[in-house]
Design a protein around this ligand. Structure first.
Ligand code: ATP
Length: 387
């Protein structure tokens, strides 16, 4: 087991209410789902409930199995074992087009020879059963929803990336699926357009009252759009929670590191001092002070300590009033306009990251490379991971 795999020990309590499963049937249930490709296990015994009207994000690094999990729900892959229940029925043997599910592909897969409205209407015509006027009506409604009614006669080749993305969305929504699956839907868009489209997606999901499942490796996107996130690693779900839960209370070193930025340190619990637990670490000769959210003693099995850069203050003057105050040298600065992340070496090879919002313009007094500085953080700002 690596540091990244270790599980967190104490559950936070005071002032924090973890998301509780609602007292109603989930719309989707993955029950012990495994998918093997030959001897390779792409999805490893995953159980997950998704509820009606949720915007659920599957998040994880490339190759962790999130698309495979989604494709099994869509019906494009069959689980090696386990059940997938939708609306109370096991759908594993149901053909993709008979499921109340539609998928929007990463490539958009638009027909280049068809106009925007023909692309949107395509699935409705193919499904049959609806009158021409009904299809035309529904197509217009969908194009209005994605604000493309003025582009109905254009061909995909005459559209921008963001517009193509919206045609694909309208097409996926046209057949009124209960569940819409979105596979990296915004990957092809630039940052500004991606951010704008994230809000459009959220509005559409809310307006239609649908359940959305999105696959992404962009943690910022998952945090912004979703009501809950499932973080995957190597075929397994490591943690499920609201964006706030997985960010503030990661259960593994991997989640702490993958969602946002963090500094991780090996620790060895030494004992108690008042409300604090003291631990030996390589950051300094003096111990690091730990404190759980509810003041319960930190587990002696704690092995790793994680602290986010925005919880760490960097200053030239030695701060008072915090138990965790350590001296160090600035070895790197990541400047990104609105903020800077200072990499401060506390001891040879031991670096902590501290974020400063650049409220003041860069001036000569700004902390810079090789400066001797102090870093400090509140004992409760850290998260302890155990074995
Ligand atoms: P990405 O973000 O890169 O799309 P992912 O998390 O969605 O990654 P999957 O596409 O689910 O990952 O793939 C999970 C693993 O399963 C990968 O190692 C991939 O190579 C493997 N895999 C997926 N489909 C097949 C297949 N048809 N045959 C063999 N291996 C496959």
């Amino acid at each position: 087991m690596t540091q990244q795999d270790t599980l967190i020990s104490p559950a936070p309590t005071t002032g924090f209410s973890p998301w509780a499963e609602p007292d109603r049937e989930p719309l989707v249930q993955f029950r012990n789902v495994t998918k093997r490709f030959g001897s390779f296990v792409a999805v490893d015994n995953v159980s997950l409930n998704i509820y009606q009207r949720e915007f659920f994000a599957l998040l994880g690094p490339s190759g962790c199995g999130k698309t495979t999990l989604m494709r099994m729900l869509a019906g494009f892959e069959t689980p090696t074992s386990g059940e997938i229940i939708v609306d109370g029925k096991n759908i594993v043997d149901v053909a993709p087009d008979k499921r109340p599910i539609n998928m929007m592909f990463q490539s958009y897969a638009l027909f280049p020879h068809m106009s925007v409205e023909q692309n949107v209407a395509f699935g409705l015509h193919r499904a049959g059963g609806a009158a021409k006027s009904e299809i035309a009506d529904r197509t217009q409604r969908m194009l209005k929803l994605v604000q493309l009614d003025a582009f109905a006669k254009r061909k995909p080749g005459q559209l921008s990336g963001g517009q193509k993305q919206r045609v694909a969305l309208a097409r996926a929504l046209a057949r009124s699926p209960k569940i819409l699956l979105l596979d990296e839907p915004l990957a092809a868009l630039d940052k500004k357009l991606r951010e704008q489209t994230q809000f459009e997606l959220m509005n559409i999901q809310e307006e239609l009252g649908l359940t959305f499942l999105i696959v992404t490796h962009d943690q910022q996107e998952a945090m912004t759009v979703s009501s809950r996130i499932g973080v995957m690693r190597a075929g397994q779900l490591q943690q499920i929670g609201t964006p706030g839960e997985v960010y503030e209370y990661p259960q593994t070193g991997f989640v702490a590191d993958f969602i946002g930025d963090t500094s991780l340190f090996d620790i060895e619990v030494q004992g108690r001092e008042g409300d604090y637990t003291l631990a030996k670490w390589k950051g300094a000769d003096s111990p690091v002070y730990l404190r759980s959210v509810d003041d319960s003693p930190v587990s002696e099995a704690a092995k790793v300590f994680s602290v986010r850069p925005e919880k760490v203050t960097v200053s030239r003057e030695k701060p008072t009033g915090e138990p965790n105050v350590f001296a160090g040298k600035v070895v790197d600065i990541a400047y990104s306009g609105s903020q800077s992340v200072y990499h401060v070496e506390l001891a040879p090879g031991v670096v902590i990251k501290a974020l400063d919002t650049n409220r003041l313009r860069l001036v000569s007094s700004t902390i810079t490379w090789n400066d001797q500085v102090w870093v400090s953080w509140r004992a409760r700002s850290g998260v302890v991971l155990g074995s």
